[in-house]
Design a protein around this ligand. Structure first.
Ligand code: CA
Ligand code: CA
Length: 164
């Protein structure tokens, strides 16, 4: 009888140990899946950021119809397809990211693309100056997934067209 009692306790202990092993195993598995998701998000975000950065870098330094030192949107420019110079993209936000025709890009639901254009001091290449006041612009494209930053790419554009 006493032996049976021990067996029962042993069985309970075994079940408890098994349960905790399964739970901790699930925890590790959960972290593993989360890690994969984060890596995929970063890869996707970098791709979305570089695609838009390449588009912006390819544009003229400033609008050809505006006076030198212009910054921001010119008349009639409201959609990305209208943008024809680097600073037109300042404060542009896409949620979710779209192609030039406004079609949501594959696998981009939940992502947000935002752009910041800033004039920089020519000599130091680091001090941000007043809009339209210098010959160097910093282009920064950031991509978020569910409000978490997943990629941020920066390019420097100068008035003469060089990105170096
Ligand atoms: Ca402009
Ligand atoms: Ca423009």
């Amino acid at each position: 009888m006493q032996r049976q009692a021990f067996s029962y306790i042993e069985a309970v202990i075994s079940v408890v140990i098994l349960s905790s092993a399964v739970i901790s195993g699930l925890g590790v598995f959960g972290s593993y899946i989360k890690g994969i998701n984060t890596t995929e998000e970063i890869t996707r975000a970098q791709s979305l950021a570089s695609e838009l950065l390449a588009e912006i870098v390819s544009k003229p330094f400033e609008d050809t119809v505006a006076s030198e030192g212009s910054f921001g949107l010119e008349a009639g420019e409201t959609e990305r397809i209208d943008f024809d110079d680097v600073d037109d993209y300042d404060t542009w936000i896409e949620r979710p990211p779209q192609n030039l025709n406004g079609v949501i890009m594959d696998g981009s639901v939940g992502y947000t693309r935002s752009v910041r254009i800033t004039n920089m001091d020519v000599a130091t290449m680091s001090i941000v100056t007043t809009n339209g006041s210098s010959s160097v612009k910093k282009i920064e494209v950031s991509v978020y997934k569910n409000s978490k930053i997943r990629a941020s790419l920066i390019a420097i554009r100068t008035r003469n067209g060089s990105t170096n």
